[in-house]
Design a protein around this ligand. Structure first.
Ligand SMILES: Cc1cc2nc3c(=O)[nH]c(=O)nc-3n(C[C@H](O)[C@H](O)[C@H](O)COP(=O)(O)OP(=O)(O)OC[C@H]3O[C@@H](n4cnc5c(N)ncnc54)[C@H](O)[C@@H]3O)c2cc1C
Length: 501
């Protein structure tokens, strides 16, 4: 039996920043990861001469050196900011609906507004009012939730209280007539996994505002560079890691964590566990049922497992310009009906709206010279994929990838003749590599009822902490930040000599 102060289960974003935060605070920490590389979603893989980025399309919350965002602040506090090279993207996205719409929005409020007005002149005044509301809402949200104003009230923060929980679609319908304009503004919903009719305006507005104010970023070496840097810093701070070594059990006695058993059957005594595994797996698979309060299981049972992805990773034998790819971030859709797009995420068909990211546009060194890579991605729930018998799986994924490519060729026809490498990921792939139910990369569906205003994220088991998408919001910024803030909570708990602060 080994004794450590804390065990971190899972080396995804949340697990890595938690582990580093703990090791830096002098906490003796063991990190367990079932895969053979750090990162979880934040990773890469190699095919031919390409190292494919798995997950990161746009990093939020960075901001610039002169106007740092919360993620830049956190990476600075973790003393790894200088080890990473970030690439700022000038645009939010280009959205193309073949034969209907082709618009690019800059990551700048007035330039984005100008582009929208030029394409939708009949709605000029509404566009101004909409952006005023987004900014007013987000300013008030900062006051209430970031600065935690003790005097917050509907009188002091009227937009926050009025709009936080309203469906985004209601606001889009109130402001605009043209469905294409609504789709143009609503397309970022895919970063949160729920369409505007189901996504709270609060969550939608913050994403749009944050990408404009703090700009979208990528980084040299992709998300694997971030994951590897976090791991290196953790090891340099005295942390210990075991790869190919999942946690099989979290041991509990009298409501307090007492240890962890690994897949290799090693027993580690500890009173603090930070789990980056899904909360479902943590409470259902890792902890003996007798120690899990029924209320926690009921609360988990009331939530729904979120979307995963179908990804087509493409290595091209030429530069982006030869393919007429001019933007890094492109959305390609065949309909402006975002509810219909969402319905199809539960069917075994090609997604009707896809993100197409060509990393080499803003980072020409991302792929080998004379080549470039792109990811074509659509949201997909796992259920239909789990009905595919093993002998049909290969054909099914190639059939759907083929349909996705046919849509892509309507916008970028030259891509057809330049594919050198192609790999496909499905929800089943994400289940296998992440170990999460449904291969869900954002955790649970991000309904407002399950969000920050209503859920108590503390564990009823002393010494147990949760980080990552399943414990809050999905996405790089929220998961990275959840790990760091949890490390602070564990340190406080250790200092107080109790289970979980
Ligand atoms: C295709 C795709 C595109 C995306 N695009 C973006 C984007 O552009 N911008 C953005 O902000 N976000 C994006 N995301 C979402 C973002 O990547 C995730 O929300 C985030 O990385 C999840 O981090 P996490 O901390 O929850 O850990 P995860 O990445 O879920 O990792 C969890 C880790 O825990 C390990 N683990 C699980 N169980 C055990 C166990 N029992 N023992 C040991 N280890 C265990 C897993 O192996 C894994 O390494 C994307 C995701 C995907 C898949």
């Amino acid at each position: 039996m080994t004794d450590v102060d804390a065990v971190v289960i899972g080396a995804g974003n949340g697990g890595l920043t938690a582990a580093l935060g703990l090791a830096r605070a002098g906490v003796q920490t063991l990190l367990l990861e079932r895969h053979n590389v750090p990162g979880g979603c934040a990773t890469s893989f190699i095919r031919g001469r390409f190292e494919f980025e798995v997950a990161l399309h746009q990093l939020s919350g960075m901001g610039t050196e002169s106007f740092p965002g919360p993620l830049r602040d956190m990476l600075t506090r973790l003393e790894i900011i200088d080890r990473l090279e970030f690439i700022q993207m000038p645009n939010l996205y280009r959205l193309v609906l073949p034969d209907q719409l082709d618009i690019t929005l800059k990551a700048d409020r007035s330039a984005a507004v100008d582009s929208l007005k030029a394409r939708f002149p009949a709605e000029t005044e509404a566009i101004d009012r909409f952006f005023d509301l987004v900014y007013e809402y987000c300013t008030q949200w900062v006051g209430v939730t970031i600065f935690r104003d003790p005097e917050s009230s509907p009188e002091k923060y009227p937009s926050f209280f009025k709009y936080a929980l309203k469906p985004t679609q209601t606001i889009l319908d109130d402001f605009f007539k043209d469905p294409l304009l609504k789709a143009t503004l609503g397309i970022y919903w895919s970063y949160q996994g729920l369409p505007p009719s189901r996504l709270s305006f609060g969550d939608f507005a913050i994403v749009l505002w944050a990408y404009i104010e703090f700009k979208p970023f990528h980084l040299k070496g992709g998300s694997q560079a971030l994951s590897s840097t976090l791991l290196d810093a953790f090891l340099q701070a005295g942390g210990d890691v075991r790869f190919n070594c999942g946690a099989r059990e979290i041991q509990v006695a009298d409501g307090q964590v007492t240890g962890v058993v690994t897949d290799a059957n090693d027993q580690i005594a500890t009173r603090h566990v930070v789990s980056n595994a899904s909360t479902l797996a943590t409470y259902v698979d890792l902890i003996d049922k007798a120690h899990v309060p029924a209320a926690r299981l009921r609360e988990l049972g009331a939530r729904t497992v979120g979307t995963s992805f179908v990804n087509v990773f493409l290595g091209f034998d030429c530069e982006p310009a030869e393919l007429e790819i001019t933007e890094t971030t492109n959305f390609v859709a065949v309909t402006d009906d975002l509810d219909e797009v969402y319905r199809k995420t539960r069917a075994l068909t090609a997604p009707e709206a896809m993100l197409f990211t060509c990393y080499d546009v803003d980072d020409p060194d991302f792929s080998p010279p004379g080549a470039c890579q792109a990811a074509l991605v659509g949201l997909a729930y796992a259920e239909p994929w789990l009905t595919v018998p093993p002998h049909d799986y290969f054909d099914t994924k190639y059939r759907i990838a083929g349909q996705m490519l046919e849509v892509l060729y309507r916008v970028f026809p030259r891509c057809r003749d330049h594919i050198e490498e192609l790999e496909i990921g499905t929800p089943v792939t994400h289940m296998r590599y992440l170990g999460h139910p449904g291969g869900a990369a954002y955790g649970f569906d991000q309904y407002a009822k399950d969000g920050e205003y209503f859920l108590d994220r503390r564990s009823p088991i002393k010494g147990l902490f949760h980080v990552g998408a399943w414990a809050g919001m999905g996405g790089f910024q929220p998961t990275l930040m959840s790990g760091y803030s949890t490390s602070r909570a564990v340190v406080r708990s250790l200092q107080a000599g109790k289970g979980n602060g």
